[in-house]
Each structure stands twice: as structure tokens, then as C-alpha cells.
Design a binder for this molecule. Structure first.
Ligand code: DGI
Ligand code: FE
Ligand code: FE
Length: 201
């Protein structure tokens, strides 16, 4: 049986501590604003935001089991556990909450690592996760400023911040995070070029 929005919110919020649910509400609000700003579907952005961290507080053993037994991305098990909740979250959204929209499932699945060739909705949800009003880390205001005009520039600043932070902590970086960051640079370069062509006639 699939739940209505209020029932879904109740079910998801019960799986996390109050401050994490508050973060999720911030992501919902910001994802809708960004969707409207950049031309993504706000209803899909809202749904992906509600579910994006559904598995964040699940026991690590349970996430590991789900990844193993359902043939999800096994490579994640060799990397930081923080990366697991997005993969598991997308699986749970589909299996338990009967989300069928592949765009919504994709935005949940890739919200932590990003991916090469992120869709508009992937970008909106990932960026909302970085800059929702409750976020407070060095550089977040710069991300918010960039997000006024460029989804890609803002997201690049977000990933650069994550990578820099991981490096400073001597952490292993999931390679896809680097590929995502490089891909955003390529996308921005291409957009700059086409803008130049437009201006130059
Ligand atoms: O779930 P949230 O805290 O809202 O945010 P998130 O889903 O973006 O999780 C990011 C966390 O994952 C952050 O604490 C950094 C950590 N992390 C560990 N290794 C990596 C990583 N994040 C990325 N993108 N890449 C990594 O290799
Ligand atoms: Fe997350
Ligand atoms: Fe989040």
C-alpha cells in the first residue's frame, strides 16, 4: 500500500532523531525553492527530499545486509559507511514506500556521492542537502550565494568542500565523489563556451 504525503512524513520522521528530521524539513523546503529556480519538478524534489536520509540512522549491520543481499553496489562496502544510507535509502523508498519514479529514486540514491551526468533533479536534491537553512559549516554561505544563479557552481563548491574536508581528515575518498566533481567542472566549461558563442554571435 502506498502512503499519502502526511503518512510518508510520519513514517520517515519516526526513523530518525528530531534534529535529523529538522534537517530533512530544511532539505524539503530548499529543494522546492531550487526546483522552481532551475526548472526541476518541485513535487519530485519534495518527495526525494522527504526520503533522502530515511536510512541515515539505521544500524550499520542492517544497511550492510541490505547491500549484500539485494545485490546493490558492493563497492560501497569497501568505503566509508556514511556513503551507504543513500544507496539503501533509494532501495527502501522503492521496496517499502512504493516510490516508482526513477528520477526520484535516482536523486535519493546519488545524493551523497553524486554521479557523473547528474540529472537536474539529482543536482537540486544534492545541493539542497548542502545548503538547507540548518546547515552551518565553513563555506555554506558561499554555496548559497552561488546557488542564486548556478546550480553547477554551487554544487561544485559543495563537493570541493567535502573533498577538502575529507583530505584534511586523512580520509579515503570514494572515487565517484572525485569523478562527480570533475564532471561538474567539465559541464561548467561547456556551458561557458556556449555562452561565449551566444554573446559573440
Ligand atoms: O546525510 P547528510 O549528512 O545529510 O549528508 P550526505 O548524505 O551528503 O553525507 C555526507 C557525509 O558523508 C559527510 O559527513 C561526508 C561523508 N563522506 C565520507 N566519505 C565520503 C563522504 N561523502 C562523499 N561525498 N564522499 C566520500 O568519499
Ligand atoms: Fe544523506
Ligand atoms: Fe541529508
Amino acid at each position: 500500500m502506498s502512503l499519502n504525503r502526511d503518512e510518508l512524513i510520519k513514517a520517515v520522521s519516526e526513523q530518525m532523531p528530531p534534529q535529523r528530521w529538522k534537517h530533512t524539513e530544511g532539505v524539503m523546503q530548499t529543494a522546492v525553492v531550487l526546483a522552481e529556480r532551475f526548472g526541476a519538478d518541485p513535487v519530485k524534489a519534495d518527495l526525494a527530499a522527504i526520503l533522502h536520509d530515511v536510512a541515515k540512522y539505521w544500524p550499520v549491520k542492517e544497511m550492510e545486509k541490505i547491500i549484500r543481499e539485494n545485490n546493490l553496489n558492493q563497492d560501497l562496502l569497501l568505503h566509508d559507511k556514511q556513503l551507504w544510507h543513500s544507496e539503501v535509502g533509494a532501495f527502501v523508498a522503492e521496496q517499502e514506500y512504493k516510490v516508482t519514479d526513477p528520477e526520484v529514486l535516482s536523486a535519493i540514491k546519488w545524493h551523497t556521492s553524486g554521479r557523473v551526468g547528474m540529472s537536474l533533479l539529482d543536482k537540486v536534491v544534492c545541493l539542497a542537502d548542502y545548503m538547507e537553512p540548518g546547515r552551518d559549516f565553513p563555506g555554506v554561505d558561499r554555496i548559497r550565494e552561488l546557488a542564486e544563479h548556478s546550480l553547477e557552481e554551487a554544487l561544485l563548491a559543495g563537493f570541493d568542500g567535502t573533498i577538502t574536508h575529507l583530505v584534511s581528515q586523512r580520509k579515503i575518498i570514494y572515487p565517484l565523489t572525485i569523478f562527480t566533481r570533475n564532471d561538474l567542472i567539465e559541464q561548467i566549461k561547456l556551458m561557458d563556451k556556449s555562452n561565449t558563442h551566444k554573446i559573440g554571435g
